[in-house]
Structure formats: structure tokens, C-alpha cells
Design a protein around this ligand. Sequence first.
Ligand code: NAD
Length: 356
Amino acid sequence: MSQQAKTVQKNRTARTSGLKPDDQIVITGAGGFIGGALARYFHDQGFTRIRAVDKKPLPRWYQHVPGVESLCLDVSQEDNCRSVCEGAVEVYNLAADMGGMGFIERFRIECLRSILINTHMIEAAWRGGAQRYFYSSSACAYNTELQKDPHCRALKESDAYPAMAERGYGWEKLMSEMFCQEYWAERGMRTAIARFHNVYGPFGTWDGGREKAPAAICRKVIEAKDSGRHTIEIWGDGTQTRSFMYIDDCTLGIDLITHCDELIATPINLGSNELIAINDLVSIAEEIGGIKLKRTYDPTAPKGVAGRNSDNTMIQRILGWQPSTPFREGLAKTYAWIAQQYADRKAGKRTVKDEA
Ligand code: NAD
């Protein structure tokens, strides 16, 4: 039996938690990367009443999952949240105005305004009688003072306090986590909070300004091959380090964390602990693309903290599991998907794209 299968057997998931196949599941941000993947995940698990919500017009959703009710609504507005949460048994809030470093360093106000989304969604979920509420937090909630060295130690859950989160985006996450903790403490609604560390994979943003490093680097390698200009521009000096989690680990992790009673209202890392320097990411993407490029560096470009990794001691202790897709394997799948998107766009077909 595979490690994943053993983990699922040992832990409670939506399927084994008592949730009925026709119980109403609500997913916000479902027109985006992780929300879209989660809608597909629950659909594939046999759940038949999934309500997917996003403010983007339907033709711009990254994935359309058959049989899923898809609503185009802005969940920063209270009324919309109430109708979205009607009859919901479980609510997964993944809506946020966000992107890679290029977006979150430039648009701090937009990031902060996502506080409205969680504030209204959690209240509506509670009023609607939801049994479980999931919130997607981020490693950007961690104290930035601990991330000034590319070889800094991995971040453990207690490192969020004393707080000095990433300006804008990180503080919004920290405040929204607190809402989740208090809705459990004061009102008894079971909440779950995962701090994602850089998620990547097919059906993610790959162009337009919101994309993250793995997708951006894959695209640049593909562009260089296509154009014949064999150079690549890297943001910063390339020594920044991160860990990257493959999307399939993320959706399974969300399910396991949400249905674990030991983790109610307890922020937990959901990330890989395979640390990769951006220069190494470029080398892996070049290897996959079968090309070697001349590198140029832009020291003025947004680059975020110097180093960040996920300490997985807590998730391993509680769930006996951690995200484990090897980066090279996940990146090869992502590269192949982006190459197809690139070819489709060239051929004038519709692709996954978001403007910053
Ligand atoms: P994404 O941008 O692909 O998806 C977010 C979706 O939310 C978008 O489709 C957007 O249109 C929608 N949205 C924004 N404001 C909305 C509103 N007011 N009403 C309805 N929909 C709205 O991002 P993602 O990568 O799928 O991220 C999902 C969640 O995970 C976010 O909360 C994000 O902060 C968090 N997260 C993601 C990562 C990552 O690496 N992708 C890392 C840490 C945390």
C-alpha cells in the first residue's frame, strides 16, 4: 500500500468523516488555481453537491468541473456570502486577491482588502450552520525577521509570533487566522487553518503578472526555446530559497487538516520541506526543457524574503503525513502543461491567464 493510501486510511477525510455524498460543500476562489483543483478533488471523491464561487466571469475560470454548481459572485460582499453559505455543511474559503511576489509587493492594499472576504464568509458560514470551515492562510504570515538568510531554519507554527508578517498580504492572513480561532473559541464552529507554502502545478497562473516562480521560470524557458533568444532573466540574485508544494499534495492536505479534530482552530504548515534555490529551480527547468540559457539577474525586481522553508514536525506528528511529491517530478508535469498552454495561445486558443 502506498504512503498516501496509508495516510488516508489512518486519518479522517471528507469521505470517512461522516459527510454524506450529497451534503453541500462550498468552495470560494474556485475559479482560481487551488479552489479549482479542490472542486475537482471533491468531485472525484464522489461528492455531488459542490457549489463553486468566484468573482471572475465563468469563461475565465481555470477549471470547469462537470456537475459542479458554478456561481460568479463577489464574496467580499456580505449579502453574497449569506446566499453562498445557504445550506452549506462544509465551507472552504480560498478566495483572495493574490499572486506571486510581483503582485503582493506591489498591491498591498488589494491584498489587505481580502480581510473582507474572510470576515463575511466566516460569519455567513456560522449563521448558515456550517459544520466545518477551512481557511487558506500562507507562510507569508510568518515573522519576516526569521527569513533574512537563504539558509535560515525551517519555520515552525509558533514562529508567527511575535508577529512581523509580510506587509499587506501576510498581515491579512494573520488577522483572518485569528477570526477562525475565535469562531471556534467563542461560537463553537470547527475551523481549520492551513499555512500554504508556495503551491504549484497544472492549472495555475503562468503568465500576466500574478504567476509564481515555478510557473514563471517554466514559461521563460519555453519562451527562450521558442524565440531562439537563449537568455533568461532571474529576479534577485537567484540565491533566494523556497519550498514548493505540488497541487495534489495541497488538495489532500486540505482534506486531512479539515477533518482532523486535533487540528481545530490550529494553524498548521502545509508545504513541502524540500528547499530549492531559485538558481536550482532554473537549472531543473532547463534540464526538463533540454536547453541551457545565459542568465541575467535583476537585483531591483521583487524577490521577497531571502529564505523560507516549512518545518513539518507538527503535521508529521499529528497526521503521520507530509507533502512529498519530489520537486523535479511535479515541475516536469507543470512544465508540460505550460508548454501546451503556450502552444495553445500561439494557435489562438483560450488559455489560463490572469491580468495583474
Ligand atoms: P488564485 O488567484 O488562483 O485564486 C484565488 C481566486 O479568488 C481567484 O480566482 C479570484 O478571482 C478569487 N477571488 C478574489 N477575490 C474574490 C472575491 N472578492 N470574491 C470571489 N472570488 C474572489 O490563487 P490560489 O493560488 O488558488 O490561492 C488560493 C488561496 O490560497 C488564497 O487564499 C491564497 O492566499 C492562498 N495561498 C496560495 C498560495 C500559492 O502558492 N498559490 C500560497 C499561500 C497561500
